[in-house]
Design a protein around this ligand. Structure first.
Ligand code: MN
Length: 231
């Protein structure tokens, strides 16, 4: 029943997202942590923590910050099925969340509190994540929001530890932790809107483009440029 809201919003014959009806066999007892970068009507990062058989989910418009002085708005959204943690691809236009989804970071998490349900109720969940991009201690704390979303507003904040930093992690590490692709590449591979997806990727440096290759293979240009830049 916990996934009722998730299922009500989606058409699984049209969207490739998982329905959450399959039996999930997990390798171990550790709890899944995943952040999905999602270029829908607006770019946001979906921060998800496995708990009680589903993924607790928050949509973070600006994405996580490694800087403990920065508080990032995190809107609590409907629980997602466990299988969603590996979903990367294109949600068709017109469907709920239509756009491109990337597995931006993934790993495991450990609660820093004895009673997670009580912490969620209280609106103050401290935890440690072991991802590829995000590590160390964090907190999700409920805040007073506005209007109909007043009880859904939380803040995602990095605690001070050796993983805290003023580096802009979303800008420095824009690629999928699962496939190393940019949003535009995921959209292209999934038959989605490549141009829309690209608006969620960092701007490519025009100066890197070779003038002699300007006219040829225009369609594949962004991906090729991106790879060159990374090398
Ligand atoms: Mn989303």
């Amino acid at each position: 029943m916990k996934l009722k809201e998730y299922r009500n919003k989606r058409h699984f014959g049209i969207s490739p997202e998982p329905s959450g009806k399959d039996q999930v066999s997990k390798k171990d007892a550790s709890l899944i942590y995943v952040v999905q970068k999602h270029r829908a009507s607006h770019l946001h990062y979906d921060f998800r923590l496995e708990w009680n058989g589903t993924l607790l989910s928050w949509a973070v418009p600006k994405g996580p910050s490694l800087d403990p002085s920065v508080k990032r708005l995190a809107m609590r959204v409907e629980d997602h099925p466990i299988e969603y943690s590996s979903f990367e691809g294109v949600i068709p236009k017109g469907e709920y969340g239509g756009g491109t989804v990337m597995v931006w970071d993934a790993g495991t998490w450990i609660p820093e509190v004895e009673d997670v349900d009580a912490a969620l109720q209280r609106g103050d969940l401290k935890f440690t994540v072991a991802g590829k991009k995000l590590r160390g201690s964090w907190v999700l704390v409920r805040t007073r929001g506005y209007g109909s979303n007043s009880d859904r507003s939380w803040l995602l904040i990095k605690h001070r530890d050796k993983y805290a930093s003023t580096d802009d992690i979303t800008a420095a590490a824009p690629r999928s932790s699962a496939s190393d692709r940019l949003l535009a590449e995921i959209a292209r591979d999934g038959g989605g809107d490549e141009a829309q997806a690209a608006t969620g990727d960092p701007l490519q440096k025009e100066a890197r483009r070779s003038p002699t290759k300007k006219s040829s293979g225009k369609k594949k240009e962004p991906a090729r440029r991106a790879r060159k830049q990374r090398a």
